[in-house]
Design a binder for this molecule. Structure first.
Ligand SMILES: [Zn+2]
Length: 230
C-alpha cells in the first residue's frame, strides 16, 4: 500500500515513483511554519466570511465563497488516490459551522482531521493523532474550540444527558474552571485536550520532545471567522 511506503519516511523511499508521488502530494504545502500558514489562510477566510455576512443575497454569498475557496491550490486527485501527506492535523468540534477545510481554506489531502462534539481527546482521537504523526509525519496538531459550542454548554449545564453524552462531556467538565464564561470554558477545554494528547500518548510526547511535533490549542470565533491561538 502507498501509505506503508510513507511510513518509512521520504529518506528511505527508494522508488522514484514514491518520490514523485510525495512531490505531488506536497504540492500545496505552505512554505515556512505550518501554524503561521494556518493562521494566514484563516485571515483570508475571515475576510470572505465577513463579506458573506454583509451580503443578503444567497447567490452573491455563494459567489463570494466560490471566489475565495477556488483561488487556492488543489492536489491532483490521482495522487490522492495513491496516498496522503497532510501538513497539519486538527482536533475540532463536530459542529456544522466549524469545518477545517473552510476555516483554513484548504483542499483535499491537506488537513488530517478528528472531529467530535467538544473536541475532546478521547481514545480514538489520540490513536488517530498517533497515526498522523508517526505514519504521515504531520508536524502540527491544533485543537480547535469555537464560540457558542453546544458540547461545552452542555458540560457547563445540568440538563439530563444520555449515558453516552455524559461520557462525552466528562472530559470537558474536568477542564471547567468555576466562574468561567462560555468562551473561556471553550478555550480552557481546548487547552486541556491539547495537554492530554502528549500526556496520553508516548508517541506524541516523544515527537513533541524531539521537536518534530508542535501541539497548540486555538479558538474560532463564528462572528468574525477569525482563529486565535491560545
Ligand atoms: Zn462545538
Amino acid at each position: 500500500m502507498a501509505l506503508s511506503r510513507f511510513a518509512q519516511g521520504p529518506a528511505t523511499a527508494a522508488q522514484p515513483e514514491s518520490q514523485a508521488l510525495l512531490g505531488e502530494l506536497q504540492v500545496c504545502d505552505p512554505p515556512g511554519d505550518p501554524l503561521e500558514a494556518l493562521l494566514e489562510r484563516n485571515r483570508g477566510f475571515s475576510r470572505a466570511w465577513q463579506a458573506m455576512s454583509r451580503e443578503s443575497d444567497p447567490v452573491k454569498r455563494l459567489k463570494l465563497k466560490t471566489e475565495f475557496f477556488y483561488g487556492g491550490c488543489q492536489i491532483n486527485p490521482q495522487a490522492l488516490n495513491e496516498g496522503q501527506r497532510p501538513w497539519a492535523a486538527l482536533l475540532s468540534c463536530a459542529d456544522a459551522r466549524v469545518a477545517p477545510e473552510f476555516v483554513f481554506a484548504s483542499g483535499s489531502g491537506e488537513l488530517f482531521q478528528v472531529r467530535c462534539a467538544g473536541n475532546t481527546a478521547f481514545d480514538d482521537a489520540v490513536a488517530s493523532m498517533e497515526y498522523a504523526v508517526s505514519v504521515l509525519k504531520v508536524p502540527l496538531i491544533v485543537v480547535l474550540g469555537h464560540s457558542n459550542c453546544g458540547a461545552v454548554k452542555a458540560a457547563m449545564g445540568s440538563d439530563p444527558l444520555t449515558p453516552l453524552l455524559e461520557g462525552l462531556v466528562k472530559p470537558i467538565r474536568a477542564s471547567l474552571v468555576s466562574g468561567d464564561s462560555l468562551s473561556q470554558a471553550v478555550q480552557g477545554n481546548a487547552r486541556y485536550a491539547a495537554g492530554l494528547l502528549p500526556a496520553r500518548s508516548a508517541v506524541l510526547k516523544q515527537a513533541q520532545a524531539s521537536g518534530a511535533l508542535t501541539i497548540r490549542s486555538a479558538y474560532f470565533d463564528l462572528a468574525t471567522g477569525l482563529v486565535t491561538v491560545n
